[in-house]
Ligand binder design. Structure first.
Ligand code: F6P
Length: 547
């Protein structure tokens, strides 16, 4: 029987406490507690996290920690890390943390030494990518591979795409990557443009090796390759990453060129498994190892830090605070790093596929909102697009600002004396300040503003944000950031009482697309018989396609 968190005394206390905190402006919270900017902060690995600009008092945080204890966050965390089947609807472990355990760690799950398994695959990935990077592995015509094309979707795409862009400075072997995911043929066609089959290697990445998009794109890519180089070229130009050996063999990829992972790795938690092969090919096994170390650093912090100082736990609880008590629907993720341009998209799958659920583990309906809507773009671009709504709109959208001490690139300012990176970071600090403290009507009027314009210029403030600072976008820091969010998702899921590791909600659309497809493509197919809207849309499409 799943716990209804709203029935606990911890929840009731928070409900009563909300009535005290909600009317209090962040200006008052800072005035009443001048140390909060120094003390409502956390350190986890290389990450410095300031959560003082949230609409919380120290008492709020105490009550949120009490809530986490009432929900059993610590027990569930430990169960997850031990490899218990916390993914209850699929009766599986959710053991992505094992992917980054050091080789001398010990963890046996369901009778299997998972650390040995993980490191055996990492070693094979390392050997393979060493050969690619050194030019020892050559294509069918004897040429070096210069481009790897990862074909995958969802968790088999978003992580490598995001990390490839983030770690572009670590591409050190003359290998570039491209990523194909969409069933829209425009994706494959545009990504193959300009590539030479002789120097291209395809990585077909699919946990299940049954995903329509991936198998369709992989088949089309294979035709492209064999049209140029013949059937025999496949062995040198196609490798696979999957949990499903038989399906890889059936597709025609030599299973000697398959890199394995396991059903206890969820797709959206798999960038640090063999799904990261394209990334390893580009940045090398050492950098990939540092990426894993970064994850592990935060795993240790999550496992060991008391909840009161536990960064993923507190940030997850703050997420619950806004979504359940302030009715905030969304959280903006705003990296002040162009290299993290796909980080929000990556987090959308991680967070929303995990916690977009309506029933608890026992099937009973949830009694709280679940699944914050994650969205965002890098600063400063977002400032010139949607920040207006963050500053003066009627909706509350807490935001995570992410910034770095050291730039990955820097250039002088216009007068040649300063650093563009400093301007970038001054924008980050200014935005969080303005969001929190705003500018009052009195302050604006005192500047001589025409009275009729004053209301338009008032900056209400009281808009919450977390600031996450790190030394630089390195493989380790990137791993730390991802793990920070992975564990927040878990903490929120435990409080909601849901299974954060299944994704049943994506299945029906897949099967209905398969049912509808013949109606679109076969001129002899009977007229569609769905609802009147879908029927009419399908007829419209068939008409335009001359069927
Ligand atoms: O449709 C959702 C999903 O199952 C994701 O959870 C997963 O990451 C993606 O599809 C791709 O799945 P696969 O790796 O099995 O091709």
């Amino acid at each position: 029987m799943s716990l209804d968190i709203t029935g606990t005394s911890a929840w009731q206390e928070l409900r009563a406490h909300y009535d005290l905190v909600a009317p209090t402006h962040l200006r008052e919270l800072f005035a009443d507690d001048p140390e909060r900017g120094r003390e409502l902060t956390l350190t986890a690995g290389d990450l410095y996290i300031d959560y003082s600009k949230h609409r919380v008092s120290r008492e709020t945080m105490r009550l949120l920690v009490e809530l986490a204890r009432a929900a059993g966050v610590e027990e569930r965390r430990d169960a997850m890390l031990r490899g218990e089947h916390v993914n209850s609807s699929e009766d599986r472990a959710a053991l992505h943390t094992a992917l980054r355990l050091p080789a001398d760690a010990q963890l046996t799950v369901d009778g299997q030494d998972v650390v040995a398994d993980v490191h055996a695959v990492l070693a094979r990935m390392g050997e393979f990518t060493d050969r690619l990077r050194s030019g020892d592995w050559r294509g069918a015509t004897g040429e070096r591979i210069t481009t790897v094309v990862n074909i995958g979707i969802g968790g088999s795409d978003l992580g490598p795409v995001m990390a490839y862009r983030a770690l572009r400075h670590y591409a050190d072997a003359g290998i570039a990557a491209r990523f194909v995911s969409n069933i829209d043929p425009a994706d494959l066609v545009s990504k193959l443009a300009g590539l030479d089959p002789a120097t291209t290697l395809f990585i077909v990445a699919s946990k299940t090796f049954s995903t329509l998009e991936t198998l369709t794109n992989a088949t089309a890519a294979r035709r492209w390759l064999t049209a140029a180089l013949g059937e025999d070229a496949v062995a040198k130009h196609f490798v696979a990453v999957s949990t499903h050996e038989q399906r890889v063999a059936d597709f025609g990829i030599d299973t000697a060129n398959m890199f394995e992972f396991w059903d206890w790795v969820g797709g959206r938690y798999s960038v640090d498994s063999a799904i990261g092969l394209s990334l390893m090919a580009v940045v090398g096994r050492e950098a990939f190892g540092e990426f894993l170390t970064g994850f592990h650093t935060i795993d240790l912090h999550f496992a060991e830090a008391p909840l009161e100082r536990n960064a993923p736990a507190l940030l997850g609880l703050i997420g619950v605070w806004y979504s359940s008590f302030f009715d905030a629907d969304s959280r903006a993720v705003l990296p002040y790093s162009n290299d993290l341009g796909r980080f929000a998209a990556y987090l959308q799958q991680l967070t929303m596929e995990s916690n977009g659920k309506s029933v608890r583990c026992d099937g009973s309906p949830v009694s709280t909102p679940t699944g914050e809507i994650f969205w965002g773009e890098p600063g400063t671009n977002g400032q010139h697009a949607f920040y207006q709504l963050l500053h003066q709109g009627t909706r509350l959208s807490p935001a995570d600002f992410i910034g770095f001490a050291e730039p990955t690139d820097d250039l002088p300012t216009r007068d040649g004396t300063g650093s563009m990176h400093d301007i970038l970071m001054s924008n980050l600090f200014a935005q969080t300040k303005v969001l929190a403290f705003g500018k009052t009507a009195e302050e604006i009027a005192a500047e001589g503003t025409a009275p009729e314009l004053v209301p338009h210029k008032v900056m209400p403030g009281n808009r919450p944000s977390t600031t996450i600072l790190a030394p630089k976008v390195t493989p380790s820091v990137l791993g730390q950031l991802i793990a920070l969010y992975e564990h927040q998702v878990f903490v929120e899921g435990v409080v909601f009482g849901i299974d954060s590791f299944d994704q049943w909600g994506v299945e029906l659309g897949k099967t209905q697309a398969l049912e509808l497809e013949p109606l679109l493509t076969d001129a002899q197919a009977p007229a569609p018989q769905a609802d009147s809207s879908t029927d009419t849309l399908v007829r419209w499409y068939r008409g335009r396609r001359g069927r």
